[in-house]
Write a protein that binds this ligand. Sequence first.
Ligand SMILES: [Zn+2]
Ligand SMILES: [Zn+2]
Length: 704
Amino acid sequence: MELIAVAVNTPQHSGLGDVLTYRATSAAAPGTLVRVPLGRRETTGIVWARCVAAPPADQLRDVIEAIGALPALPASWLQLVEFAAAYYQRSIGEVALGALPPSLLGLDNRQMERRVARAAKGSARAGHAAPGRGDALAAVRAAVETPAGDPNDPGLAQPPLPELSAEQQAALAALAEAHGRPLLVHGVTGSGKTEIYLRAVARALEAGRQALMLVPEINLTPQLEALVAARFPLRRVVSLHSALGAAERARNWLAVLTGRAEIVLGTRLAVFAPLVRPGLIVVDEEHDPSFKQQEGARYSARDLAVYRGRLEGVPVLLGSATPSLESWQHAQSGRYALISLNERVGGGPMPRLRIVDLRNLPRGGTEREVLVPALREAIAERVGRREQSLLLLNRRGWAPVLHCAACGWKSGCAHCSAWRVFHKSDRTLRCHHCGFTERVPRACPDCGNLDLAAIGRGTERLEEQLRSLLPQARVARIDADTTRRAGALQAQLAEVHAGEVDVLVGTQMIAKGHDFRRVTLVAAVNPDAMLFSADFRSGERLFALLMQAAGRAGREASQAAASEMWLQTGYPDHPLYRALARHDYPGFAMRLLDERRTSGLPPFMHLALLRADAARAADAEAFLQRSAAAAAALSEAAGVTVYPPVPAAMARIADVERMQMLVESASRPALQRFLAAWAPALIEARAATRGLERFAVDVDPLSF
Ligand SMILES: [Zn+2]
Ligand SMILES: [Zn+2]
């Protein structure tokens, strides 16, 4: 009989421990999946390379069976998981088993055997083109340059490679010489970052290695997949993200673990792809907040990618037009290598920025016109020339709130500390946080006044106003409401690509990554809403969003000279807009970093949030107070500041009161030591607090 350590998915708060000891008839290699009893049920665990104290013999339980049909997970993968669990204060089992495709978790060895065999057979037949997304892929493929090869031998056609600019060559040389440092590639849209990624991927493949490419959004994976498949027609490309069907996700994951997949594309969860021969990790749009998981194990895939690169000894490429201040600071201090691409490939300039003063806007009736006259004319001219315009408004629905002027009633949500949004298309008031939806009332529910006013403007209303302002234009809208149905976004994008749309209205969804060829005007209708947000990262976010939106204009070199980005603002002299007009990210970043240093914020200060949810705010607060008292007693609390409990920015969602407590330290190791020492006290505080629904530690929170 052997004793083996097995990671099982016990909740962090159970206090059970996350790596348990079992008895087995034979030793199993670390990384092997096993079926084990846990309480009254049977579950899948992973053999862990770790000695744990054995319980008394009468409490030892036997492994049911080892899942030998699946190759053991690589040792470096186990290390990555162990690091992530410790750093983000979660259990090893939760992180490890959460990173596996759910459909593989319940299988016994026989079932796994069949699954692995089927996946191997499927991959031999299917090549890299995954079924089910034919239309979207075909549309995007058509937009990608098709290689001119022998039509009788399509599989062997190698695409001709574009010539590299001097800047791109410098970037690839820097990657080769980075010696274990991540390389940050800072380049505006169109400067050829993707070509650098592809060349780096080619190098990894030539060395017989697997390449991992992370993108922030599921929507961007089909586009990237088509591009990569066209460049590497003989290589197996798979994607990993949460929108894949269960069978496809499992098949792709198995292709990675068995080494058949050579290029892996995915969203944040793909940072845990079980690469067996890693050779490169790329994180595109590395600044994007989607890389941070916002529930469960709140990890940053970007930060884990950097850790994984060091762990595996493989190069890491981070790319962005507006790097996160964390990465930019690392590049300034020399921890990361830095290459800036300052020219757009093909030589076109970035669109000219036109800042218009919203305070001069004429009033039409009771409120301001939506567009300044000059912008309206600029759009109308483009409609006449069959060029496209893109209008960005980061708020969906018709109006953010309804209001009764007679008694002051507003369309609040009964379950959240938020307003319900007026959606005119289906005459509803909808809460965007909890989903609570009702028919819009005919009269004020409080006083019966029939004259309810819509305050503010969302994309639905902007679309309607544009239709009446520009009757000759074909207006379309893309936001979370128009793209709810599967495939809707791809269909709508295809219409834009086909030139069937003159003016496209949308939220930040339209600013990201899409390669619109006929857009020569981009306008931010009301960017000021993000300018004075309480979130300390809102300036950084707004700059990134506007740069990204600007990058949608003038993708064709022939149109670049006539391309414009318009900003309607009440603060035309704001430094953020001034820096944007100069396309000056470095200057903007330097100013923000100075501010962050002065005010003690990341990346100069390291933060963690203790969040607590309860039906009554008093219970959440009691838990936080207990936790704070326990913290004060810890010797590890030296050099760490624990702030008093406060309500979260959204104090109530779906009838749950949300409180939080900020913890900070100038030293990351000190903060980590403190959090580790504090963890048992949190479990005790939870047990002592009736009414607490849940708590969570959020390390490196995006906001607080
Ligand atoms: Zn009223
Ligand atoms: Zn709500």
